[in-house]
Write a protein that binds this ligand. Sequence first.
Ligand SMILES: Cc1ncc(COP(=O)(O)O)c(C=O)c1O
Length: 305
Amino acid sequence: MRQVYISGEMVPEDEAKISIFDTAVTLGDTVTESTRTFKHIPFKLDRHIQRLYKSLKVTRIDAGCGPEEMEQITMNVLEANLPEYGEDEDLWIVHNISRGVSMPGPDPTVRSGGATVMIHTLPMDLTGWARFYEEGCHAVTSMSRIIPSQSLDARIKNRSRMAYTLAEMEVKLVDPQAQGVILDADGNVAENKGGNIFAVSDGVVRTPPAQNSLAGVSRETVLELAETVGVPTQQTDLQPYDLYTADEVFFTSTPYCIMPATKFNGLSVGDGKVGRITKQILTAWSDLVGMDIVKQATKQLEHSN
Ligand SMILES: Cc1ncc(COP(=O)(O)O)c(C=O)c1O
């Protein structure tokens, strides 16, 4: 049985409980992080914890401990759970920290205790993305626009996910397999419900700046790896036009790392095949973590069929 950490205690996953009056439930007033492992080693856990503490600071949530202790607790949760995972199986490590219990009333900021700190692990199930490494996915713009950073800064990684979910439902009306591209109110490309977006044109890897999208750890990794393999990068506004006319398009996110897109709103991206630079960066990522990222996912898919 997997073990879950809740505010100082480790409990079996099926006994883990929080109050129905927790602001995680009543307000979605929760900051979050999702880290993955490669060969059971957390990838850039320090960067995830740093982003978590930025989110906590801006949202004025006191986790009750500092980043070093949080990292140690996280490693303890990982170690307690590793016996539950096979040698070839990787895992998510998920942090959810809500403001705590708050009785509905005139002031949602009044709480009866401290923050609720929750850390759990889950198997890294890649079967939903695996075929896109070879085929590429169909990227589709949603009708709904991203919540503007003037309302909720996109850099705060939070659990208020209704807007993202509705946007993803819209793109799935166009194509049940589609992956959403959410625009901002000005029509610039922002992000996906759980990932960042890149376009490659004339040998340059471009992604929107982090004003209208989460500053993804995978996004940062792609920018680093591209430089390492000698591909120039640029953080700049992109419009749908840039994705239509790009040679390559891909998404980035913690579980799948890079998900190529070979179609955008029904039109082929470039020659309609997964691009050379996309593959090059993905290979560099596999080299960085000492395992074949694509193989792991495709193996999972084969075993699930
Ligand atoms: C809205 C959103 N954008 C982008 C990302 C990608 O971030 P990362 O690469 O750190 O997983 C995520 C990750 O969950 C996300 O939720």
